[in-house]
Design a protein around this ligand. Structure first.
Ligand code: SAH
Length: 250
């Protein structure tokens, strides 16, 4: 058993209280979404017994490091209106599922290269009754060249997917000019940021903001790196699958 088991499979009273308090720390009232988060917790727990969905084990860890960490995105004023959002390398749905739960008017595409994770997401989206959330299986390097995805998104988000120099090549081709990419990073990003302008220049991106914050209940810092799309990305990017990781642009 990978998680603490509670009767019924959803969040315990303690887990609910933690989520609500953490939400308040981020300026969010999560009471209306509590049952959905509880159901998502049950789905993750159940899914993790079948496949290796996530490394997090305890309820507290799932609430803090998956749910609340995903929701730190909402401290940025970037989520108003019916926007198309791509969660690149979403894994078991983070940050995309919490974002969709709290901002249902967003259209959220949940992209991952691992088939079993996408199969889990299909089940989860259905079980949670989420309209306008679309699991998508494939590699960013390939999908970014398809007309229906190329420069088709207002926002791209990514957590724990790749270093910034690789990530910007994978993500910027999906963005419309004027769109924003938000990378969720740990406390130290200075080294990754330093060479970034070189890659951004090639891809039509710009560095807009670097926001440091503390995750509720954890003594861990987080950084949100916001990139803007200022010009179309040349057709040559992203390069073939694996190349952005092996030979990063910066
Ligand atoms: N964002 C999630 C998962 C992080 S693990 C979280 O924070 O919990 C990274 C995920 O990115 C993996 O599931 C992997 O399959 C996916 N991934 C890595 N490179 C990718 C690519 N080029 N295209 C699509 N998905 C990719």
């Amino acid at each position: 058993m990978r998680f603490h088991v509670k009767q019924g499979g959803g969040l315990s009273e303690e887990g609910r209280a933690l989520l609500l308090e953490g939400g308040r720390a981020l300026g969010l009232d999560l009471r209306p979404q509590l049952e959905r988060f509880s159901a998502l917790y049950a789905l993750l727990r159940e899914g993790s017994q079948r496949t290796n969905l996530t490394a997090l084990r305890t309820e507290r860890e799932v609430v803090a490091k998956h749910f609340l960490d995903s929701l730190t995105l909402l401290v940025l004023p970037l989520w108003e209106g019916p926007l198309r959002v791509l969660d690149l390398g979403t894994g078991a749905g983070f940050p995309g599922l919490p974002l969709k739960i709290v901002r249902p008017e967003l259209e959220v595409v949940l992209l991952d290269a691992t088939r079993k994770k996408v199969a889990f997401l299909q089940e989860a989206v259905k079980a949670l009754g989420l309209q306008g959330a679309y699991p998508l299986w494939g590699r960013a390097e390939e999908l970014a060249h398809r007309p229906e995805h190329r420069e088709a998104y207002h926002r791209v988000v990514a957590r724990a997917v790749a270093p910034l120099c690789t990530l910007c090549e994978l993500s910027l081709p999906f963005l419309r000019v004027g769109g924003r990419m938000v990378a969720q990073k740990g406390p130290r990003v200075t080294e990754e940021l330093e060479p970034l302008p070189r890659a951004l220049g090639l891809l039509g991106g710009s560095l807009e903001e670097v926001r440091s914050l503390h995750l509720p209940f954890l003594e861990e810092g987080r950084t949100l790196v916001v990139l803007g799309k200022v010009a179309p990305t040349p057709r040559t990017y992203p390069r073939r699958p694996g190349v952005p990781g092996k030979k990063p642009l910066c």
